[in-house]
Ligand binder design. Structure first.
Ligand code: MN
Length: 230
């Protein structure tokens, strides 16, 4: 018995199914597109991939409306390919990674950019900038057998119909095989783990009333409305 009702298992929709994908953890790759590294003021040399996390219950199905989060005056959109892990493993070889991938989706790594910048400058953790409530709206997961490619295909985002991010998965600095292999050397990956693989250039702010649309070619699309302040 628990001392109070256990929280609901966070989960995401699956394309073409009533079944849902239970989420265990959400890992995110930092600065994984050259042009985005540049717009963040970083040298786009091939630094080793690095990661941060969001809580599993930061994820929510799309279409959805999210509250404009607390404490920020600069809420940014980051469109990302999301990889869903379906088989456990650690020290996974690059050519074995796809045997651990259950599916793929498109998601948003919503970011309180002002708090992230403040944390970076102070040498503090990024959590307040990245790991807040409703910070990971994610479209329905497509089973990997139906996914044409996780290494090429257009990735794009528009705000109120105006395109802001437009790139290709082939622009990833660290491919899915490379960064999932790297992640598996640090953590024992488990079914339900998600990996948000980084965002291309063109990040920018959104406010209450804005509508974000986006997608990854061959994988899925999403729509997220920004609601009133929380
Ligand atoms: Mn990101």
């Amino acid at each position: 018995m628990y001392v109070f009702d256990a929280p609901a298992q966070p989960s995401l929709a699956v394309q073409g199914s009533e079944d849902r994908f239970p989420i265990r953890r959400i890992f995110c790759v930092g600065r994984n597109y050259e042009a985005h590294a540049r717009e963040m003021g970083k040298d786009p040399t091939r630094e080793a991939p690095f990661f941060f996390t969001k809580p599993a219950d930061a994820a929510l199905d799309t279409p959805c409306t999210i509250a404009y989060p607390k404490l920020t005056e600069n809420l940014h959109h980051e469109i990302e390919l999301v990889i869903a892990i379906g088989k456990e493993g650690s020290d996974i070889a690059e050519d074995e990674v796809m045997n651990h991938v259950w599916g793929a989706a498109v998601g948003l790594d919503m970011t309180r950019r002002d708090l992230q910048t403040e944390a970076k400058n102070a040498g503090r953790p990024w959590d307040w900038g990245k790991a807040f409530d409703q910070s990971a709206p994610i479209g329905a997961i497509k089973p990997i057998g139906d996914v044409p490619s996780i290494s090429e295909g257009r990735i794009w985002l528009a705000v109120n119909g105006e395109t802001r991010q437009d790139a290709d998965l082939s622009d990833l600095i660290w491919s899915v095989r490379e960064h999932v292999a790297t992640l598996s050397r640090a953590m024992h990956l488990r079914p339900g783990d998600l990996v948000m693989t980084g965002t291309p250039a063109g990040v920018g702010s959104v406010g209450p009333g804005d509508v974000i649309t986006g997608g990854v070619e061959g994988i899925g699309e999403l729509e997220v409305k920004i609601g009133p302040r929380a």
